[in-house]
Each structure stands twice: as structure tokens, then as C-alpha cells.
Ligand binder design. Sequence first.
Ligand SMILES: *[C@@H]1O[C@H](CO)[C@@H](O)[C@H](O)[C@H]1NC(C)=O
Ligand SMILES: *[C@@H]1O[C@H](CO)[C@@H](O)[C@H](O)[C@H]1NC(C)=O
Ligand SMILES: *[C@@H]1O[C@H](CO)[C@@H](O)[C@H](O)[C@H]1NC(C)=O
Ligand SMILES: *[C@@H]1O[C@H](CO)[C@@H](O)[C@H](O)[C@H]1NC(C)=O
Ligand SMILES: *[C@@H]1O[C@H](CO)[C@@H](O)[C@H](O)[C@H]1NC(C)=O
Length: 436
Amino acid sequence: MGLFFTCAQFLMLIALISLSDCYDPLDPNGNITVTFDINQWLPEGYLARVTIQNYYQYRHVDPSGWTLGWTWANDEVILSMSGAFATKQGNCSSFKSPTVPYSCEKSPAVADLMPDALPETRTDDCCHGGLLAAWAINPSMSFSSFEMTIGNLGANPKVQAPMDLTLMAPGPGYTCSPIEDADPTAHSDIGGKRQLQAYRTWKSTCTYSSFVSNQAPLCCVSLSTFYNPKITFCPDCSCGCREADKNTVSCITEGYDVPGSDSFDDIVQCTDHMCPVRVHWHVMKNYFTHWKVKLTISNYNYKRNYSNWNVLVQHPGFSQSTTAYSFNSTMLPSFGLSDEVALFWGIEYYNDELVNADKDQPGAVSTQILLRKDLESFTLGNGWALPRRVYFNGENCQMPLPDTFPMLPNHCSSFKPTNPVFLLLIYLTFINKSSL
Ligand SMILES: *[C@@H]1O[C@H](CO)[C@@H](O)[C@H](O)[C@H]1NC(C)=O
Ligand SMILES: *[C@@H]1O[C@H](CO)[C@@H](O)[C@H](O)[C@H]1NC(C)=O
Ligand SMILES: *[C@@H]1O[C@H](CO)[C@@H](O)[C@H](O)[C@H]1NC(C)=O
Ligand SMILES: *[C@@H]1O[C@H](CO)[C@@H](O)[C@H](O)[C@H]1NC(C)=O
Ligand SMILES: *[C@@H]1O[C@H](CO)[C@@H](O)[C@H](O)[C@H]1NC(C)=O
């Protein structure tokens, strides 16, 4: 039992350290792809359909939604738009009636319409209030489209792609590649019997970096087990420190009234970790062929509900059949990582909303998870049953350091197993550990 720093824990530590950069090894192909399809030439311009597709497995676009911007290469103006709106009309004073452009901005910014938009302002696949679901969770809600007619390009239009695409979703964090020519988008007609293609297609991909978004950390992980009464709390100052640190969001001691909701700033409950969200992993039970975990997600923010939240957990135990009782779940490809990756999210109308904290307690959702054992690898020793990595809404959560993990106790006397099979298992685990 003296061997605290096993190889697995060392690897875990390396993983923790390497996660501070921007590349996400759990979703290496994730991106938001923006496609401009020219579907028709007009006398002095063209008709374009713009599609924003979220290919991130577990990163969604929250309220207040996406805003797309670009800079025109020439003197283009937007004559009309449906399915979204340009936030500014800009200076259209050089256009005489009857041509009244919709937006003359050199660098327009476009945002989504709400679901209740009037029929005449809509187009197919539009109007989700700027929200994009994560690809692995709800692909049918992971994209949005709008249409615009572009004019003012002269009689022989020299059509050039717009430049400098920007995506706010809703805040900063996304960096978009240059908009470039791509294979024309094809779509089918007559029930799939005839294929149509865009005249011209431009594409850009936008990728997220928490380094660029520069947001305060969002979450931390705490741990507990049935075999040790010790609870491993979130590391102190995971998301900020209670006082000293002036960048920290403001906090309120539990039980006090929260001031009116006139300010939009986040206010969290005062804790040692100061995170708006905490993910707790409790190893509950050890059965003969299975083991059970309770996963609880708590919201310490008094002023924010997390709708459509999701939690990603990396753990080798997910290589076996896994049942989450009160969350929806799926396995994700592990991209050559040694441990499996499971994604959990709420069940519609039941717990898909992680509500704000109130005066007395944080908002919380939880589930029990039953995992089949792989008897080759399963062990309660060395913190094996604890998660390797946890993300909340795509943001990496601060893990406690391995040397603070709840350990199997040294003496069986301090430890009351629930059944004899269980005792035998623990005994075997000890045998195995002492053989290390
Ligand atoms: C964007 O994501 C899609 C889907 O995962 C992938 O096919 C494509 O290669 C990605 N694009 C880039 C530039 O990474
Ligand atoms: C609007 O555009 C016209 C013509 O391009 C220009 O003369 C005028 O100064 C602009 N007005 C403003 C307020 O920029
Ligand atoms: C969160 O959701 C609950 C229930 O839907 C609602 O009563 C509450 O006002 C919401 N809180 C915020 C901050 O939007
Ligand atoms: C689980 O998620 C999938 C995909 O979003 C959905 O089709 C299914 O209805 C969900 N199941 C429950 C029980 O919410
Ligand atoms: C102990 O190790 C043996 C092989 O080394 C393995 O078959 C057995 O499942 C292990 N027992 C436990 C409880 O980990």
C-alpha cells in the first residue's frame, strides 16, 4: 500500500497537465463548419445559402446564440435576407429607390431569428434563436441555415468569397480559417432521384480554444467511495479564490438572499473551489459482476440555468456495458486513447435543465451508473475506479491530484463490506496489490 504513485496515476497527472492547452484530444475533429452555397446568379450578384454546422461532439452553442461576421471583398451589399438578420443596416445613402438594400455594411454581423419568427422571414432549417446542439447528442438540431441575396457587383460580377469570417458562439473563443472554394454542395430532389448542386461553394471551419475564449474555469471534480469515508473535495481555488482574487465572480454565503436579477453577472455560492459547477463521482457499490457509481452534477450559480447540459467522462470501465439510469448516454470514439469516453446528458423534460442554485442548496441532477466488470482490469486499488478526465459542456473540469484520492484503507477493520462476496473481492484486490 505504500505505492501511491502508480503508473496509471502518473499518466493521469500528465494528462491533467497537457490539458491546459487548447487542443482537445477527446474531440480532435470537432469544428463548426460554415458553408456558403451560391445557388443562383442574379444580374449584379447572387443568391447564397449559408449553413452553420456544429460538428463538435459535446460542445453546443448556448443562449444568446451565434453571431457570424465577415468582410466583403468588393462593394457587395445584402439586398435581402431570410432565416437570420443583419444586426446593422449601415450606410445605404448612395442607393436610390427602388433598390433599398437590406444591409450595406462592409463587415456585416448576422444573428439568428427566434423560433417564433414570422413565416415571410423564414427559410428552411432556420430560426433556432442561435442555438446549435452538440453533434453526438442531437445532430438534427446541430445546424442552422439562412439565405441572402447579394448585389451591387456591377454588370459582369467578379464574384469573390467574403473574407475574415468571425464566429461568436455566443462569446469569443472561435477562430475561423480563411473562406475557400470547396466541392459544390449537392442536394437531392424528386425524392432522391435527381441530384442538384450549388453553382459554387465556399467553406470555412471554426475551432474553439479555451485559451482564446479566456473564460474563467467552469467546473471541478470531487470524489468519494464506499470503501473510504474520506471525501476528496474539489481542489481549492479551482475556478478562483474566494477573496484575494479580484477576477473571481462574486459569491454569496449559503443561506443569504440573492440580490435582484437586474444584473447579468454570475453570482455563485461561496465555496473553496468557487466553481459554478461541480461534478461528483461516488463509487457506490461493488457487486460480483458489476460495480455502481453515482454521478451528481451541482450548479452553484444563483443566476444561471444550464439547459441541455452534458458531461463527458473518460474511464477505462466504460469499455464494458454501461447503464445510466437517469441520464441519456452514448459512447464516443476514443481516438486511440487508452480509456473509453462516455457522454451523458439529461433526459428531455426530466433533468435536461440543471437549474440555478437557490438560497438553501445548489441545483443538481444525478444518476446511478451500473458498469459491468472486466475482471482482468477491475480493481478498487490505486484509484482505478475514479474518473481520468471530466468535462462539463465541453470545458475541462479541474480534477483533484491523485495523491488526494480516497484510497483503499490499510486495515480491513476500518471497513465494513456489505456482503461476503464483496469481502472476498477486497481480499483478492489486496492480494493483487501486495504482489505489485
Ligand atoms: C470538420 O469536422 C468534420 C466532421 O467531423 C470533418 O469531416 C472535417 O474534416 C473537419 N474539418 C476540419 C478542417 O477539421
Ligand atoms: C455614407 O455614404 C456616402 C456615400 O458613400 C458618403 O458620402 C457619406 O459620407 C456616408 N455617411 C456616413 C455617415 O458615413
Ligand atoms: C431556471 O429555471 C427555473 C425552472 O425552469 C426557473 O424558475 C428559473 O427562473 C430559471 N432561472 C434562471 C436564472 O433563468
Ligand atoms: C436520448 O437522446 C437521444 C438523442 O438525442 C434521443 O433520441 C432519445 O429520445 C433520448 N432518450 C431519452 C430517454 O431522453
Ligand atoms: C487479481 O489478479 C488476477 C491475475 O493477476 C486476476 O485474474 C484477478 O481478477 C485479480 N483480482 C482482482 C480482485 O483484481
